[in-house]
Design a protein around this ligand. Structure first.
Ligand SMILES: *[C@@H]1O[C@H](CO)[C@@H](O)[C@H](O)[C@H]1NC(C)=O
Ligand SMILES: *[C@@H]1O[C@H](CO)[C@@H](O)[C@H](O)[C@H]1NC(C)=O
Length: 394
């Protein structure tokens, strides 16, 4: 019983069948600049910041071949990845296909965020990854500490308001952080891919099933704090699960919805980089959103809520607090099993501003970062939006 539960959790984000053993291949990837960006001929430097709660985060700064580090940089843009991903996801395809490279080619000063727990930002001033306290956080901490402090850092280094790009969990973090006036005022405009603040219309079948089974609570009962797909245990479990009673051949569809346009023959290569670790508490928080349909802080249960928040229910993040004057652009897809259109519409109704929208009927959740045609379908429009704001503000 225990084993199969862990296996299902592991299976939650494994991208494809038949490639699980691949997760163990090669050493852990720790230098984004050395692994993906320098080889493509781009300049890349890395800064680290320390969050107020002690995590050490890496931020890469990328510029195109045409520039170099002593030159004047263009407008800063911060890329914020999604769940079980890290900053590598913006650079996995060719320079002509990947958003990180494309923005650099357009003269943007590209900064790459990596949240706590990912392999690029794997550190804390006092805690080690084997301490359960190291994993005591969810997306609200990623928003209020990691993202807020990255924005602050870029703002002070570049002396300029920044453009913000988020995907998936990166959009949850963005919405939450932008409800804070001191964060919003440092942001020039935000472009959100697969925007999520409400999650109760998730249609990805395996996710629905795990939420229904209360899998998150069972995992906590097993004493797990970290979800790390590269641990021997999880790799073996997923292997056996997929060889056994579960059809893993369409795994990505069962956890994210149907994707139209990424290159499936590259999955083994993608698995050299993704997935990255996250915390069990984060998964629980996301499951709370799916169950309750709220965009609120972590629910500890009645007694602990009273202790921590002074309220029986966790306080909600109010989208109405995001300034109407903050320009926003959103790209969302008709086949996205996580950022469902119904939930996106509810988000839109709650925002004081009228974001510019790009709806792609055939796009799924992963297509927005890995589609081979995203440059034309998505990024071109995002860059037009940024350049219009840039002209307007300068
Ligand atoms: C970088 O730009 C500066 C200023 O234009 C120039 O002096 C320097 O030679 C350039 N460095 C490289 C490595 O191209
Ligand atoms: C898909 O990826 C493979 C392996 O990298 C590559 O050889 C092929 O050209 C790609 N196909 C398309 C349509 O991009």
């Amino acid at each position: 019983m225990k084993w199969s539960l862990i296996a299902v959790v592991a299976a939650f984000t494994i991208v494809s069948a038949g490639t699980q053993s691949h997760l163990l291949r090669g050493s852990p990837v720790n230098s984004l600049c050395a692994d993906l960006i320098h080889p493509a001929g781009y300049s890349c430097t890395e800064d680290t910041i320390q969050t107020k709660d002690g995590y050490i985060l890496a931020l890469q700064r990328v510029a195109s071949r045409a520039q170099n580090l002593t030159l004047q940089y263009g407008p800063p843009v911060l890329l914020q990845h999604g769940l079980f991903m890290a900053g590598d996801v913006w650079f996995l395809d060719s320079p002509k296909e990947s958003l990180g490279f494309i923005l650099a080619d357009h003269g943007f000063d590209v900064w790459v965020g990596n949240v706590r727990g990912t392999r690029y930002s794997y550190g804390h001033i006092t805690l080690s990854e084997t301490d359960k306290e190291f994993w005591d956080w969810s997306w609200q901490d990623l928003a209020m500490y990691d993202l807020a402090e990255m924005v602050q850092y870029l703002y002070s280094v570049t002396n300029s308001k920044i453009f913000l790009v988020g995907h998936s969990q990166g959009t949850i973090m963005s919405f939450a952080a932008l409800t804070q006036p001191h964060v919003a005022e440092m942001v020039e405009a935000a472009a959100l891919l697969c925007p999520i603040s409400f999650l109760d219309h998730v249609t990805a079948p395996l996710v629905e099933r795990m939420v229904f089974m209360h899998l998150d609570q069972m995992v906590v009962a097993l004493g797990l704090h970290q979800i790390n797909f590269r641990s021997d245990m999880l790799v073996k479990l997923v292997d056996s699960l997929c060889e056994g009673h579960m059809d893993c051949s369409d795994f990505l569809t069962s956890i994210t919805g149907k994707n139209c346009c990424f290159n499936a023959s590259r999955i083994e290569y993608y698995l050299d980089y993704e997935p990255h670790p996250s915390s069990v508490k984060n998964l629980r928080h996301l499951f709370q959103m799916i169950r309750k349909g709220t965009f609120a802080q972590y629910d500890y249960g009645l007694l602990k809520n009273l202790l921590i928040y002074g309220l029986s229910k966790p306080p909600e993040f109010k989208l109405s607090l995001i300034p109407a004057s903050l320009p926003m652009w959103m790209g969302y897809g008709g086949n996205d099993g996580l950022a469902d259109v119904t939930d996106v519409e509810r988000t839109l109704a709650k925002l004081p501003s009228r974001p510019e929208l790009l709806y792609l009927e055939n796009y799924g959740h992963i297509d927005f970062v890995l589609s081979t045609s995203a440059r034309e379908d998505v990024y071109k429009h995002m860059i037009q939006f940024f350049e219009a704001k840039r002209k307007y503000s300068s």
